[in-house]
Design a protein around this ligand. Sequence first.
Ligand SMILES: Cc1cc2nc3c(=O)[nH]c(=O)nc-3n(C[C@H](O)[C@H](O)[C@H](O)COP(=O)(O)O)c2cc1C
Length: 220
Amino acid sequence: MAEMNTKAMFKLSYGLYVCTAKRGDKLNGCIINTAIQVASEPNRISIAVNKANFTHDMIKETGVCNVSALSTDATFDIFKHFGFQSGRDVNKFEDADNSGKIAEGKISYKIAENGVPYVETGTNAYFSLKVEQMVDLGSHTLFICEPTMMDVLADTSSCTYDYYQNNIKPKPQAVGTTPKGETVWRCVICGYEWVGEELPDDFICPICKHPKADFEKIVR
Ligand SMILES: Cc1cc2nc3c(=O)[nH]c(=O)nc-3n(C[C@H](O)[C@H](O)[C@H](O)COP(=O)(O)O)c2cc1C
């Protein structure tokens, strides 16, 4: 039987979103690429969130979240801020601005009718979602949701995963040669590099939490 060419996975196209939640006084959010409209009558939007994410637990417990669609105006800083660190360790909304003006260098947000924040910086729409069904998919939970509110925030084009890879994410540094000729595994999502012969099957990128399948092998 022919071997699976897992690079085919990269041919699936996605948008990118900040998925935000609120539990008690805590506001948080993470980057997801897994928001899609899955039915029209009634309108249903699903999101898949990794169980390791703090946002996951917040959505599971409160049953509500918002999804802000990232546009081509989004900077790498927004991806780093929401996608490369966890709300377990930092308060991602501490320096964010809720005053109504879009302040230079700050992430601006508003509180939607459902009490959950949505991000205004680098986004073109937001959706307020109420969880209808949860499907346990192993690494992720699929939340199938009813949209309770939505609005367009800008006319800028949506940021696809492809656009992020080619235009927003800094290009990984040129691979040099080391005298030792080591094998380096590079996360194609965030550029994190791990040195060693065989990447363990259960390896998870410490920066962006993507699995082994998202690593490519580079021989220096
Ligand atoms: C480009 C990009 C796409 C991502 N896509 C997803 C996704 O679809 N689902 C997910 O659970 N995490 C995804 N992540 C990872 C989370 O955003 C990341 O682990 C985040 O730090 C979790 O934050 P939290 O612990 O505060 O929830 C993505 C990260 C990046 C940079």
